[in-house]
Design a protein around this ligand. Structure first.
Ligand SMILES: Cc1cc2nc3c(=O)[nH]c(=O)nc-3n(C[C@H](O)[C@H](O)[C@H](O)COP(=O)(O)OP(=O)(O)OC[C@H]3O[C@@H](n4cnc5c(N)ncnc54)[C@H](O)[C@@H]3O)c2cc1C
Length: 633
């Protein structure tokens, strides 16, 4: 297949922006076009600075977020972008020791006030919730997990609620699991796939034969981390800056991140960004496989390769409108809509804070599994450093963000309604003051929920994309899931005979894992290539072993998260009659051979080699070592 000459990326959210950035670096001579339907890039990223003033004349410039607000330092891809875009100086890092990182609360429906989630062993025993967690945690490794076998199955999966219920009991699963899911997906923990949304929990349970704690222990004993090697990323000094970080953002908010990506994309000589123009139709040119894109304004863009970085349902609609064959599972997941409420309170007298210090609180489902308000982030604690004041010691405003499930039947979200919610949740000692700023914005279908079976469905989607489009289309974005390395780490894989006892590809060795140390690179942290060796039975009737055929085999065997890149080296060599097979009766026959040699030749002839004493190099060397032993006496 031809190398990319013109790549079009549809969707200018963080997925599309980062793919346009990386593609323009990886293929410096190819043209890269990023197409976005709205007038601005960044997708759900939306920071804005508002000027606020109270009736005492205090004022400030408060940075508010309507979309994502904080990032975790565990994503090497994000850390790499911070390094490559030189954003180190604009970072706002919250250390692990800060109260904003350590202290998180729950508001239990039907009660007033907040319950602190345990953050240490002593705090674990201090509250009824902590003691319940400690007790369930102590029992967890002792339980038996008859369903553990499902963990290893290729299509094994269950909902987070089911997973936690089995390990911690249904009540804790409701309280902790549903609150956690509200904080990340604004969704229902009975629907969310644990394998897709919390792969590390799934991996620990897999290692611990069902138990998460046994999994943690086994990892500690084996000192094993499933993380990809940091060497694969160009991280510079960023890991050092992040060493003590719990979460982080940017002084000018998440928009600074999107803006830096946009600037880097546009500065590349071969890239263009087309905003405010929705992609309307995509056509495949049957002659050369190129793609023609038509936008709503009538623009025509042709491309050799296409990246869909828009929500999966939008891709579904686009294919339908384009009369192209549909792809499976694009509309399988529901998408949550939320109302994001930004509130700023005026400075309060000393000793009368609006809320306790901490990250914020989440609200679990009630006994009837209902949810309306999902939680509130105390932005002033973690991200107060984004706000500007006339002087260092000026009195500080309090900003917070409440998330509410957007449902057609829900009452309107007014300032008074939000104040009533906050009064119930925070149970403040003094009535809450009137906010100096209030906004409630509905985010329609903003967070896709990967429901049970998502990982398997995404494999099927990738296979269908590969069958239908080959390398010409890549589908990425929040609805698809995290990226995986090209192959899992390990020695490799073997392929058994099929039901009819046929075999063609015998297996593949992941040489880069075991033997990567043989390869030479210009520097220690240079990005690493991936080498592997596939063995195929050489038979006269077999089709020719071309690069495309091998790529198709690998795609089927590895089911990679993204289409495999074009190899930078490929060779296929036939080894005629290279491995003798010691068939049944071999040992006895070799005895008879040795006796015949002895009778015929005495000590004058010795017969050794792979066909006699074993095919491994060790067997052959051992035979070489033994030969002539009888000659010294
Ligand atoms: C309220 C909220 C809070 C969040 N908080 C956090 C957080 O604190 N931390 C965190 O890590 N994550 C958070 N997230 C999740 C994270 O922000 C998103 O998963 C991520 O931004 C999604 O990026 P994306 O590029 O995949 O999708 P999107 O941002 O949805 O981008 C897709 C883009 O495609 C464009 N598009 C669609 N159709 C077309 C078309 N036909 N032609 C051209 N363009 C098209 C859209 O306009 C859009 O710009 C939050 C999300 C929300 C909504």
């Amino acid at each position: 297949m031809p190398a990319p000459t013109h790549i079009s990326v549809i969707g200018g959210g963080l997925s599309g922006l980062s793919s346009a950035y990386h593609l323009s670096r990886r293929f410096p001579t190819a043209k890269v076009t990023l197409l976005e339907q709205s007038p601005r890039l960044g997708g759900w990223v939306h920071s804005e600075r508002v000027h606020v003033q109270d009736d005492k004349g205090n004022e400030a410039g408060i940075l508010l977020e309507r979309g994502p607000r904080t990032l975790r330092p565990n994503s090497k891809a994000v850390l790499e972008l911070i390094n490559l875009l030189e954003l180190q100086r604009s970072l706002l890092v919250v250390p692990k020791t800060a109260a904003a990182a350590r202290t998180r609360f729950l508001h239990i429906p039907g009660t007033r006030g907040l319950t602190a989630l345990p953050s240490s062993v002593t705090s674990l025993l201090a509250t009824p919730l902590g003691r319940a967690i400690a007790l369930a945690g102590a029992r967890e490794p002792l339980r038996s997990y008859p369903s553990a076998i499902r963990l290893a199955a290729e299509d094994g999966d269950e909902s987070l609620h089911e997973f936690l219920s089995t390990r911690l009991g249904p009540e804790l699963a409701r309280v902790l699991g549903s609150a956690l899911v509200h904080g990340i997906y604004a969704a229902d923990s009975k629907l969310l796939s644990v394998r897709a949304a919390f792969p590390s929990l799934w991996g620990l349970a897999e290692d611990g034969r069902g138990s998460i704690l046994r999994g943690v222990l086994s990892r500690i004993l084996k000192s094993r981390s499933p993380e990809p090697s940091a060497n694969d990323y160009d991280l510079g000094e960023v890991p050092r800056i992040m060493q003590t970080a719990s979460i982080f953002s940017f002084e000018e908010g998440m928009t600074a991140f999107a803006a830096a990506l946009e600037k880097a994309v546009i500065e590349h000589p071969n890239t263009e960004i087309l905003k405010n123009d929705k992609v309307d139709v995509v056509q495949k040119d049957t002659a050369d496989g190129d793609v023609t894109i038509r936008t709503q304004s009538g623009r025509i863009v042709s491309a050799s390769h296409l990246v869909s970085a828009m929500p999966l349902p939008a891709l579904h609609t686009l294919l339908e409108r384009s009369s192209l064959p549909s792809l499976p599972h694009l509309t399988a997941n529901p998408t949550s809509s939320v109302i994001v409420v930004n509130v700023v309170f005026p400075p309060t007298p000393p000793g009368q804070p609006i809320h306790p210090t901490g990250f914020g609180y989440l609200i679990p489902r009630d006994q009837d599994w209902n949810a309306s308000v999902l939680g509130t982030v105390f932005d002033a604690c973690a991200l107060g450093g984004q706000d500007t004041y006339p002087s260092v010691d000026a009195p500080k405003f309090t900003k917070m963000t409440m998330m509410i499930r957007a449902e057609p039947s829900a009452p309107p979200v007014t300032q008074d309604a939000v104040l009533a919610y906050l009064t119930e949740h925070l149970a403040p000692a003094h009535p809450l003051p009137r906010p100096v700023y209030f906004s409630a914005n509905i985010m329609h279908e903003c967070i896709p929920t990967p429901i049970v079976g998502h990982v398997q469905r995404m494999k099927e989607l990738r296979n269908a994309v590969w069958r239908e489009w080959g390398e010409r289309l890549d589908v990425i974005g929040a609805g698809v899931g995290g990226v995986s390395p090209i192959h899992p780490t390990g020695f490799g894989y073997l392929i058994p005979r099929d039901q009819d006892w046929n075999a063609s590809v015998l297996g593949t060795v992941f040489d880069a894992c075991a033997l990567g140390g043989q390869d030479t690179y210009p520097s220690v942290d240079a990005p690493k290539f991936t080498k592997m060796t596939m063995m195929i039975r050489a038979e006269p009737s077999a089709p020719p072993v071309t690069q495309d055929a091998v790529l198709a085999y690998l795609t089927e065997h590895l089911a990679p998260a993204h289409p495999l890149p074009r190899p930078v080296y490929f060779s296929a060599n036939i080894m005629h009659e290279c491995i003798p097979t010691p068939i049944v009766g071999h040992v006895q026959r070799m005895k008879e051979l040795r006796n015949a040699v002895w009778r015929e030749w005495g000590e004058r002839l010795d017969v050794i080699g792979a066909g006699v004493g074993g095919v491994s190099v060790g067997d052959c060397i051992e035979q070489g070592r033994q030969v002539g032993r009888a000659w010294d006496h």
